[in-house]
Design a protein around this ligand. Structure first.
Ligand SMILES: [Zn+2]
Length: 533
């Protein structure tokens, strides 16, 4: 298998595929290669067939005409002062009775309601944050979500919404964070930056007047999932999946290379998982066990926000109730003995997956996690109440950078990981249909990434005290502070950093430009450095 894996990964991560960005010619070349592999395995009849599943999605928007807003006769300029939020409709509205709804929070559980003294109106101005800012330890934290504020305003009759930043310390050059895929809201929704919002007299009792002229059109993109179905005439189907798309040259703003526009080959992320799906298909098509049907899926659009796997779950060509469980592989090519292999999702069917705690193969060091939610495609299946297992060998200094190349893959260990997965599939064959369980998850859906960035690649699998980093991104705060790969962060300012969760919470306590210190361990020596966000 070693030489087959090598061939798949060298082809998929070649420069000629141009980084396999969703919707490009490079992605089409990857599809051709994947299809050719299934054809060689005889996927050309009703019991073994391979199909393409195309999907169209909105990704940000473009301006189609003049975009202007005026509030109480103060004119605001597009992009300088405001920008429409994705999901906003185009409109030309002249509104006379626009009310300031404070933070736009209506929280019965907290006995707090910004709408209690307002009469329902056609439009609202709403501040970001809460009476306690955006502190994740605050009881208001769940109500700081922008999507929540929009939904609540619409319930109060809003036909237009102006979200404003009233916190001078908050970084608000955030258009890029909002250029993602967003559901259509059918009304105009704009965001006003701090410098512009500070021109409004929010303490006055009189309603505002506002003219909103918004002319935008969502940018349509297309991706393609590849589905190979092995019908064993079972009632149930097991999904084995991995995304094959990658970053192209970083055009979508998801590269960590600091602005270089080289090809991002994505050998580990995720030619490694793609090759593994193909080889698992080879093993399972010749297996004598017919307990399940198998659907091998190569997802697109993962790097843009799990778009291909979400689309699959919502438009599955098989009954999703017949899906027994889902196995996902994302980055399984850089096994290192100190970090090991992470298998997550054990909590999504605890009794069925319990045996995995004792499983061994070829001295692989295995780390287990209960969580059904993570930054890759199994999450889409977890949210559809399907038991999931995700396999991952960890981040590294080439993560989302042009250096993620085929010659750096640990092929021997990747073979071991694939055989370990076949052992797990075999053991699950005796367990019938798996029962789904929800796991404890931190809800971060729709959270706009407003917060400061440290510019490090966290080691999600580090189990010691603190946050170990797998790399730093040049020109960003951590690298400016002299930090290096392997450093373990233990404190930022006054906040101790004990693990990845406390690291994320700590970051949200700082704003752009703020100066503090960072404490970290390097070669068993504690170091302190000045840090500026
Ligand atoms: Zn990936």
């Amino acid at each position: 298998m070693n030489s087959l894996l090598k061939r798949h990964i060298y082809v998929l991560a070649a420069d000629s595929l141009d980084g396999r960005r969703t919707g490009t010619a490079g992605e089409q070349k990857a599809i051709q290669y994947i299809l050719s592999q299934y054809e060689l395995m005889g996927f050309n009849n009703t019991n073994k067939n391979v199909t393409k599943q195309k999907f169209e999605f909105n990704y940000g928007y473009e301006y189609t005409g003049a975009n202007e807003i005026r509030i109480n006769d103060i004119a605001f300029k597009r992009d300088v002062d405001f920008f429409p939020l994705p999901g906003s409709a185009s409109a030309n509205l002249d509104l006379k009775d626009v009310r300031y709804a404070g933070y736009g929070i209506q929280a019965a559980d907290l006995n707090y309601n910004d709408y209690s003294t307002l009469k329902d109106s056609l439009a609202y101005i709403i501040s970001l944050g809460s009476p306690e800012g955006e502190n994740p330890h605050s009881k208001y934290y769940p109500y700081t979500d922008v999507s929540y504020k929009i939904k609540t305003a619409i319930q109060h009759g809003a036909k237009g919404i102006i979200i404003i930043n009233t916190d001078s310390s908050r970084y608000d050059d955030i258009k890029k964070d909002f250029t993602k895929n967003a559901a259509d809201k059918n009304i105009p929704i704009v965001f006003l930056k701090y410098s512009a919002a500070s021109k409004l007299n929010l303490s006055g009792q009189k309603p505002f007047s506002a003219q909103l002229t918004i002319a935008i059109r969502p940018v349509k993109r297309e991706g393609t999932n590849v589905l190979a179905y092995l019908n064993n005439n079972s009632q149930n189907t097991v999904i084995i999946g991995a995304h094959y798309d990658h970053l192209g040259h970083g055009e979508d703003g998801n590269s960590l290379s600091g602005g270089a526009h080289e090809i991002h080959n994505g050998a580990d992320d995720n030619a490694s998982g793609t090759a593994a799906v193909i080889e698992l298909a080879r093993i399972l098509t010749t297996s004598k066990s017919k307990h399940n049907n198998y659907l091998f899926i190569h997802f697109s659009g993962e790097e843009l926000g799990l778009i291909g796997s979400k689309y699959f779950v919502e438009h599955a060509p098989i009954d999703t109730a017949s899906i027994n469980y889902m196995i996902n592989m994302d980055m399984i090519g850089r096994y290192q003995q100190d970090k090991g292999l992470e298998i997550s999702g054990l909590g999504t069917s605890p009794r069925a997956f319990d045996f995995i705690k004792k499983i061994e193969y070829d001295s692989l060091k295995i780390k287990l996690s209960e969580h059904g939610v993570g930054p890759t495609d199994h999450t889409s299946f977890y949210y559809a109440n399907i038991p999931v297992l995700n396999f991952f060998t960890g981040t590294h200094e080439d993560y989302h950078k042009p250096g993620d190349d085929a010659h750096k893959i640990n092929y021997d260990k990747q073979v071991s990981i694939i055989y370990l997965i076949t052992q797990i599939i075999d053991s699950l064959n005796n367990k019938g249909v798996l029962t789904f369980s929800k796991t404890k998850e931190l809800n971060t859906t729709d959270m706009p990434a407003f917060k400061v960035k440290l510019g490090v690649i966290p080691d999600y699998m580090f189990e010691g005290y603190g946050l170990r980093i797998d790399g730093v991104n040049s020109g960003q705060p951590a690298s400016n502070a002299g930090m290096q790969k392997g450093d373990v962060i233990i404190q930022i300012g006054d906040y101790p950093v004990t693990d990845i969760m406390s690291y994320m919470k700590t970051l949200s306590m700082f704003s752009k430009g703020s100066k503090t210190t960072i404490r970290f361990i390097r070669n068993n020596q504690e170091t302190i450095a000045d840090l500026q966000f």
